[in-house]
Design a protein around this ligand. Structure first.
Ligand code: KIV
Ligand code: ZN
Length: 556
């Protein structure tokens, strides 16, 4: 019987493969997810990791949004912009700043990014009739004029200009060719097509990219880009349809975080292209072995847990539970596995770590997991923590090691430090907790409290010492691995009380209450909960310090 090559069904894209530019907007659109607030140090750390991952363009923020956002973009441009170490392309990452289509925004974005050896201004204006009529209250003619003015001004400052017609997914395609033709004439070098509200379907979005490339005057002179939101769960499919139709840049975020249902997930697009290269005819410079590490860092810092069944980076993405599947896997991994776990940064090692494992074995495992750049001090710290866990758990898995690293290193600056806690609880007594903290001046402070349960008692005792009023808005406990001795990871979110901590959305003018997340890990979930709470409190306090130092700088 003859066989059919399934790839014969797919129209073959051009060879040799063309480069696909990976534009990461985790620090801009991703940070706009409700509650995903990041502080300066976290943004810098994530930007460094994006560089290590091999991202081509990092949209570092929206500089006009606030002095803090400006400073974060400026520091990323200055400190991460020049890095080339470990990057496959050998080129530094381009740092982009977002700007609405007006002179003040564009000037501010340029001021923030200009120190990076490669920098870009990304300016946008809505083009759908819905946005023109209800949001901007301008007609199509005024829209075109504003785009020309904005792009011309941006191009007078810098050579790398991206223009996005916001809500392109619901804009009139013929009108888009007019606006985009003018943007190209005015100097835009990348044209990005946002499906801002995640409304399109893959056929439609692929068609739109194809149509715009073919019908926009100057369309062959620029890079075409996709920017899809996931409201219908179609962001990855739409983005890949865009690539098949000629887009050579994709705008994505780690773990797919972003407004509402999020943005297109970087790891899904990259691994689809990596696993099915014959379908796309493009290649990326992403070091896929850094995917898990980057994903975990983003999850820890934003306080947005990853759903266990999330493609590529979820805890179950490479787990085989059903008997038939396990049997198949034992016979040959290709039966149920389309990607090798080590390709995305999960260890392939069969070596089991336990309490007798030495520092050398631990270091090797960290290298395999993509943490080869830890300093000796950091290694010692992680090893000490590993030993404490190995005393309690027979086998320390890769997931446990990832949890240790996340808990030890992806934490905000410690303004208050948790020393220890003691809890007594049961079904016949009130839960009581005694907590010892070190204050910002290095002095030990101890207090105790009664609560409805042990976690409540610990949080109340901490509140009596730190005295920063806040509301707990979310509390999630997840077991890292199976078994009664599993490490528990706690993620929490808090909001400042009494209206402190409001910021203004520059696009809508609406007041937003900032949310601060924290995470902690331990084999004892009460300890993990306390660590998570301290992490969120420290983040809130350091944001307050950042805000008051910006106000002082402005006043002086
Ligand atoms: O979704 C969107 O339209 C955006 C633009 C600013 C590119 O994020
Ligand atoms: Zn967006």
């Amino acid at each position: 019987m003859s066989t059919i090559d399934r790839d014969d069904h797919v129209e073959q894209p051009p060879t040799p493969k063309e480069k696909l530019i990976i534009f990461d907007t985790t620090l801009r659109d991703g940070e706009q997810s409700p509650g995903a607030t990041l502080n300066m140090d976290e943004k810098l750390e994530i930007a460094r990791q994006l560089s290590r991952l091999g991202v081509d363009v990092c949209e570092a923020g929206f500089p006009i949004a606030s002095p803090g956002d400006f400073e974060a973009v400026r520091r990323i441009a200055a400190e991460v912009g020049p890095l080339t170490e470990g990057r496959k392309s050998g080129q530094p990452m381009t740092i982009a700043g977002l700007a609405r289509a007006n002179q003040a925004d564009i000037d501010r974005a340029y001021e923030a990014v200009k120190v990076a050896p490669r920098h870009r201004i990304h300016t946008f204006l809505a083009t759908s009739d819905i946005h023109l009529k209800h949001k901007l209250k301008i007609d199509r003619e005024e829209c075109v004029e504003q785009v020309i003015r904005a792009v011309t001004h941006a191009r007078s400052l810098c050579d790398d200009i991206e223009f996005s017609p916001e809500d392109a997914g619901r804009s009139d395609p013929q009108f888009l060719t007019v606006v985009l033709g003018e943007a190209i004439k005015a100097g835009a070098t990348t044209i990005n097509i946002p499906d801002t509200v995640g409304y399109t379907t893959p056929d439609e979005f692929g068609w739109l990219i194809n149509y715009l490339i073919a019908h926009t005057p100057g369309g062959d002179q620029v890079i075409w880009s996709t920017h899809c939101h996931n409201d219908l769960g179609l962001a990855t499919a739409n983005t890949l349809a865009g690539v098949r139709n000629g887009a050579r840049q994709v705008e994505v975020t780690l773990n797919g975080i972003g407004e509402r249902a999020g943005n297109t997930s970087l790891e899904e697009v990259v691994m689809a292209i990596h696993t099915r290269p014959q379908n796309f005819g493009v290649e990326t410079d992403i070091d896929t072995t850094q995917l898990i590490r980057t994903s975990r860092m983003v999850s820890a810092y934003t306080g947005m847990p990853i759903q266990p069944n999330k493609a590529i980076v979820g805890a179950n993405a490479f787990a085989h539970e059903a008997g038939i599947h396990q049997d198949g896997m034992l016979k040959h991994h290709t039966t149920y596995e389309i990607m090798r776990p080590e390709t995305v940064g999960l260890s392939a090692s069969a070596l089991v770590l336990g309490k007798h494992s030495g520092r050398h074995a631990f270091r090797i495992r960290l290298d395999e997991l993509g943490y080869s750049d830890l300093s000796d001090d950091a290694l010692n710290q992680a090893f000490a923590r590993f030993k404490r866990i190995a005393d309690k758990k027979k086998v320390v898995t890769d997931a446990d090691i990832e949890a240790i690293i996340t808990d030890e290193f992806y934490q905000p600056r410690e303004i208050w430090k948790l020393n220890n806690l003691h809890v007594s609880c049961g079904d016949q007594i009130s839960a009581t907790a005694t907590v010892s903290l070190t204050d910002p001046h290095g002095v030990e402070q101890i207090d105790a409290a009664i609560g409805t349960g042990p976690v409540d008692a610990v949080y109340k005792a901490i509140n009596r010492i730190v005295q920063v009023s806040n509301v707990l808005t979310e509390f999630v406990v997840q077991a890292v691995t199976e078994g009664i001795d599993a490490i528990g990871e706690v993620t929490i979110r808090i909001q400042p009380e009494n209206g402190q901590g409001f910021t203004t959305n520059p696009q809508t003018g609406a007041q937003i209450v900032r949310t601060y997340s924290g995470h902690g890990a331990s084999t004892d979930i009460i300890v993990a909960s306390a660590r998570a709470y301290m992490s969120a409190l420290n983040k809130m306090l350091s944001a307050r310090e950042e805000t008051s130092s910006t106000i002082q700088q402005k006043a002086s």
